[in-house]
Design a protein. Structure first.
Length: 306
């Protein structure tokens, strides 16, 4: 069993490639909404969609890991990734998407995008990373960009008794994610990214399989369009970005990775405009420019590694 005080492996001096990995992950995660809208629009329930997403993702990762000569992970470490990594992911995804029963997608996006603030808070409390003026400026610029893109979602929310539940679920998902990112960085240790992601996907698949069985929505009788969306969600928006995200995380650290990842809402808006014919407003363009500017702030005059 690994020493609990073992530090996570990082790659100093690789901030540039780490940013590229994180941006690639954001591209994949940014397509989640588009694939989800297409699949659910063709009769796939949310719980069944998420089950297939992680089941296919787990299968792909297990096959890939099986073709490599990775060292065998101790069972207790593997179990930790299945339960904590996979279960934590299922909890935050479930909370976020459940909030859509009560609030709009724009409100969810705005509240969930606050997770870099929670990452920063967690890392500062832990003493793991310094809260520099540059990071604060980048965080503020990123959050301002999200506000510009989303407008004022809280003011636009429908006034009913269930809105508070939706807001709590969305914000709760953001808080969970803010704690999840540093935890994954610590758990990664010396383990290969592909191996840990395979175990995490297995854990998430189990969680959503149980949920789909509970609500009796599990099915495989879908149209070809629905299946293309499911496979796209599983591969392009689950397997690939998860690996890229961890590779970026180990090079940038939790706070910088979280802030760079905030380009995701802008990428989501662009993809929706192309694939779903949703117009891109001037607010989206302005907010996106602010978010990209935050990434530039992080990369200009990079901090010296101690």
């Amino acid at each position: 069993m690994s020493d609990a005080k073992t530090a996570a492996v990082t790659y100093p001096g690789q901030a540039g490639i780490g940013t590229i990995y994180t941006l690639l992950a954001a591209c994949g995660f940014g397509a989640v909404s588009t694939f989800t809208i297409i699949a659910t629009g063709h009769g796939v329930s949310l719980s069944s969609l998420l089950m297939w997403r992680y089941l296919i993702g787990a299968a792909v990762m297990v096959v890939f890991v099986g073709t490599q000569r990775y060292p065998r992970m101790p069972w207790r470490e593997a179990a930790r990734w299945i339960v904590v990594g996979g279960g934590g992911q299922a909890v935050l995804v479930g909370m976020a998407l459940s909030s859509l029963q009560y609030i709009t997608a724009a409100t969810l996006a705005f509240l969930f995008a606050t997770y870099p603030a929670w990452v920063t808070l967690v890392q500062t409390i832990r003493g793991a990373e310094r809260l520099t003026a540059r990071r604060l400026a980048a965080l503020a610029l990123s959050l301002a960009g999200i506000v510009v893109i989303s407008g004022a979602p809280l003011a636009a929310a429908n006034a009913n008794a269930n809105v508070a539940i939706g807001l709590a679920l969305a914000l709760g998902a953001s808080v969970v994610y803010g704690m999840y990112i540093p935890l994954m960085q610590w758990m990664q240790k010396t383990h290969p990214v592909a191996v840990t992601n395979a175990y995490a996907k297995i854990g998430s698949a189990i969680c959503f399989l149980l949920l789909a069985l509970k609500d009796q929505s599990l099915s495989a009788s879908y149209s070809s369009t629905a299946w293309m969306a499911i496979v796209g969600l599983a591969i392009f928006s689950t397997v690939m970005p998860a690996v890229f995200f961890m590779m970026g995380l180990m090079r940038l650290g939790a706070v910088r990775t979280a802030i760079v990842s905030m380009v995701e809402p802008f990428l989501t808006a662009v993809l929706a405009a192309v694939a779903l014919k949703q117009g891109v407003t001037s607010n989206v363009l302005l907010g996106g420019a602010m978010i990209v500017g935050a990434v530039a702030v992080l990369q200009f005059r990079r901090e010296r590694v101690a």
